[in-house]
Design a protein around this ligand. Sequence first.
Ligand SMILES: [Zn+2]
Ligand SMILES: [Zn+2]
Length: 291
Amino acid sequence: MQKAIELERDSNKINWGTLSGVVIFHLLAVSALFVFSWQNLAAGLILWWMAGSLGIGIGYHRLMTHRGFKVPRWLERVLGVLGSLAVQSGPITWVTTHRQHHAFTDTDNDPHSPRHGTYWSHMGWIFRGRAQNNSLQTMHRYSPDLMRDPFLVTLDKYYWIPTVIVATGLFAIGGVSMILWGVFFRTVIGWHFTWLVNSATHLWGSRRFETRDDSRNNGLIAAITWGEGWHNNHHAYPRSAKHGLRWYEIDINWITITVLKKLGLVRDVYAFNLESKEDVHIELNTVQEAA
Ligand SMILES: [Zn+2]
Ligand SMILES: [Zn+2]
């Protein structure tokens, strides 16, 4: 714990482990382009959906960070494991950083605001400082709900293990070239798509709500992040599990949540309704798309 607190204080230290990991992943992602096959592409697309949509968008973000709906504990853990496949840190670290982003959006205490530079908000922030190395104290303060689950605490520490297991499976199915596509290329693309939510949707797009931050709705980013790009809607109503508020604001993650609800796996969904202008506790048959 003492070490963690020291790390947090040392906010200008370069995180060499993260930096070298990101460089190696990028090099291997580029090498994937030389061993293309349709099977490799399919492996990459399936894992991108599992890690990016189910894991990060629905699991880490809308469920664990904002508690926009409830799921059985086993499913929260499964979504946590899927989120770990995006190699963006474990769930508690991710949630702690993201709750800080919402608490201090576009201020000096925001871990990744473009007000400190576009490159900084995109990826610079993970190479320096404390954002990915929160002290135990900070994690208890921002994510007490997640710290109570010993499975998630262990997953947070060893978040790379599910990726190693998946890589082993890909090797058995399609050899090294399938690992390059299913792990490295897919992860690097997924990183940049997620990072664009932190950089681009605080810079470019439209603003429906006059929030105190710079958040924007950006259809292009929404298209590549399963709906996470309706970011001004999200900052205005963070708890809402529904980010796309008009029929044309396609939000795959929200559609998936409604399917999971139909299957009986999701309950107590909160969704903002543009017509009544309030967060409503909905049952599926009362879900209404705002006109
Ligand atoms: Zn934001
Ligand atoms: Zn959020």
